[in-house]
Design a protein around this ligand. Structure first.
Ligand SMILES: [Zn+2]
Length: 271
């Protein structure tokens, strides 16, 4: 289903069934591709706010983050006052900082912001993040609680910090890189990771994804992801549990969760 149709359906019916697949139209998808390509090339976070006007999702003006490449302000405090404001998009450029394996969905800080500052005039909200060739989407099917409950998950930086604390070769190379400026700094940082903790980029991506799934399932919002490769519309697939669905889907979804929990706990005894 096209994302615009999905938003219209959710606004018309608060319990509209969660879709297993959403398609981002080619106009918005190409805007997102343009931003993430530029962002990865310059190692600077880029973004824009999203507005729901005339039954269509529109991108607001382009915003850019700090030169340090690690933060962006999406002017949410002001933007959320506007009647059409429904969410935002920003980038996580890590290809040149850590390597191609670091495809990162929403950070701890992103989620705190989304929970804290939902739209003031729309009952649902949408947040996109693009990283490398991946696109991630969160859909809140109502107003989220004031803050995410991080006790239900493992922080995304646990293994990353362990590498930094327990690997003197990595920390020395990293500190040396950090004293550089411009693109030389990112190149040296990437080299530090690749030489001394080559698995760290993939672990960081895995831990961030896990945190996103745990929080989406705990708080009951929708988390999608898909590939930006190619051109035209982007297909996003549901990763979290259904928030609203038919009774039949619910039964099978619950069975799947029970199976998954059992699988993680140990060997399954077939009866
Ligand atoms: Zn972010």
């Amino acid at each position: 289903m096209l994302l615009d149709h999905y938003i219209a359906s959710c606004l018309g019916n608060a319990q509209y069934y969660t879709q297993s697949e959403l398609k981002v139209g080619s106009v918005l998808a190409d805007k997102i591709r343009g931003r993430i390509q530029l962002s990865e090339a310059n190692v600077q976070e880029l973004g824009f706010n999203l507005f729901w006007l005339s039954s269509k999702l529109w991108a607001g003006q382009f915003l850019q983050g700090s030169a340090s490449g690690t933060t962006i302000s999406l002017d949410t405090t002001n933007a959320r006052q506007k009647p059409g404001y429904i969410g935002d998009f920003h980038t996580h450029p890590y290809e040149k900082k850590m390597g191609g394996g670091a495809k990162l969905p929403f950070s701890n800080g992103d989620l705190v912001e989304y929970f804290d500052k939902p739209p003031l005039h729309q009952p649902i909200s949408l947040h996109f993040v693009a990283s490398s060739d991946q696109l991630y989407l969160i859909v809140f099917r109502g107003t989220p609680p004031a803050e995410p409950d991080f006790t239900v998950t493992t922080p995304e930086v646990v293994r990353l910090n362990e590498h930094m604390m327990n690997n003197d070769k990595l920390s020395t190379a990293y500190m040396k890189a950090d004293s550089l400026t411009g693109m030389a700094k990112w190149a040296a940082m990437k080299k530090a990771w690749e030489n001394h903790a080559p698995q760290a980029a993939a672990e960081f991506a895995e831990d961030t994804l896990r945190m996103n799934l745990d929080l989406a399932n705990h708080h009951g919002y929708e988390f999608y992801m898909g590939s930006l490769a190619g051109t035209g519309e982007v297909t996003l697939t549901l990763q979290s549990r259904y928030v609203y669905c038919s009774t039949v889907t619910r039964v099978f979804s619950t069975m799947g969760e029970a199976y998954e929990a059992q699988r993680r706990a140990g060997p399954i005894t077939l009866m």
